[in-house]
Design a protein around this ligand. Structure first.
Ligand SMILES: Cc1cc2nc3c(=O)[nH]c(=O)nc-3n(C[C@H](O)[C@H](O)[C@H](O)COP(=O)(O)O)c2cc1C
Length: 365
């Protein structure tokens, strides 16, 4: 008889088990979406609409999923997305996630809003080599970039799609708040404190807008940061040239899993146009709605070099800590390999645009 806990066998099973374990407010924060959840839902349903054209009887001996992303060798083109406050799901928080990503030969982007100091995460999970920044003003952002460099990170992600919080009804209704005791040891500075609003003053346009970053700030960071910078949250092909001109080392197509602005198109529907605009050799990563290995195949066929996995990692963490995250990543890896074998693709380079059919409604390119 084995002592190991019985783990779910699918990502859906992990989601069910995670929801059973969490109270309503915590589940609303981790698994909820903005507004009416239309964008979050579209991320899933549009991926499902991308149909795969298999080619049979091809030689696939000696193939595999290995790749090099931003100078890092990975066993699969799978990277854990930056996600905040993981100690609310498991006492080891981001350390468990990084250890699991490392065990599975996957990458990890560590969130600025991690509950574990970035140095400790790197020590336990050396595959966590990318650090995510939220803009905190030039000096504080650069100081954090320098600290990440000293801790051994090799690239930076600058999240550009969430300068203010989205409207997250479920969270508001459930009264979710971070407990006062929850540590955020990587935040370079306290968020700016504003005096109370008066009269009809606008919190967004007359206060927060003055601390929101612009493309000039991105260019400044790319010039001064010791590591390559990748903006995360690019959805419009028109932003690609701006970020290439700013000196970015790549980009991440993402709508933040539908957690920020509801009504945005699915991220998969934006991916082909963004790849087309970015050119063949520019690093393009993708996230939003990946729940199966077949979704990774779809994203690669439409132009992604690698994918980031969001909520499923949190399902694994809530259910089984490092073991749960490791199993979730393993399931995705195995499913990607099976999809490649059944579609006749020996390597990631064989997963090309003509392996899939794209539905009407994707952003034209
Ligand atoms: C609970 C939660 C916290 C998140 N925190 C961050 C964050 O700190 N920084 C960031 O850039 N993105 C954050 N994201 C967005 C993810 O990085 C990613 O873009 C998104 O989850 C991908 O969609 P998926 O969950 O459908 O895979 C968060 C997402 C979730 C679900």
């Amino acid at each position: 008889m084995s002592d190991s806990p019985t783990l779910p066998t699918t990502l859906r099973g992990y989601e069910r088990a995670a929801r059973e374990r969490l109270d309503q407010a915590t589940a609303a924060y981790f698994f909820g979406a903005a507004g009416d959840g239309q964008t979050a839902q579209r991320n899933l349903s549009d991926l499902a609409e991308v149909q795969i054209f298999p080619r049979h009887l091809r030689e696939i001996k000696g193939g595999g999923t290995r790749c090099t992303m931003l100078g890092q060798n990975l066993d699969a083109p799978i990277i854990v997305a930056p996600m905040a406050a993981q100690q609310l799901l498991h006492s080891q928080g981001e350390t468990a996630t990084a250890a699991a990503a490392t065990a599975q030969g996957c990458g990890m982007v560590l969130s600025t809003q991690s509950n574990v100091p970035m140095e400790n995460v790197r020590a336990e999970g050396p595959n966590a080599r990318t650090f995510q920044l939220y803009w905190q003003g030039r000096d504080a952002t650069l100081a954090l970039a320098q600290r990440a460099t000293d801790a051994g990170f090799q690239s930076l992600v600058l999240t550009v799609d969430a300068p203010v919080n989205g409207v997250r009804d479920e969270e508001i209704a459930s009264g979710f708040q971070f407990p006062a005791s929850l540590p955020f040891p990587n935040l370079a500075a306290q968020p700016p404190q504003f005096a109370p609003l008066t009269g009809t003053e606008s919190a967004i346009f007359e206060r927060i807008a003055y601390v929101m970053p612009t493309w000039d700030d991105v260019a400044w960071l790319c010039r001064h940061a010791p590591l390559p910078v990748l903006p995360k949250g690019i959805m419009h092909p028109g932003d690609v040239a701006l970020e290439q001109d700013a000196g970015a080392a790549g980009l991440i197509v993402s709508n933040h899993g539908g957690r920020v602005l509801d009504g945005v198109p699915s991220s998969i529907s934006a991916l082909p146009a963004i790849r087309q605009t970015a050119g063949a050799d520019f690093p393009v990563l993708f996230d939003g709605g990946i729940r199966r290995g077949v979704d990774i195949f779809r994203a690669i066929a439409l132009g992604a070099d690698a994918v980031l996995i969001g909520r499923p990692v949190l399902f694994g963490l809530a259910v089984g800590g490092a073991l749960g995250v490791s199993h979730v990543l393993r399931l995705l890896r195995d499913e990607l390999e099976i999809t490649m074998a059944l579609a006749g693709c020996r390597t990631l380079g064989d997963i090309t645009r003509d392996c899939v059919r794209v539905p009407d409604g994707f952003i034209p390119y």
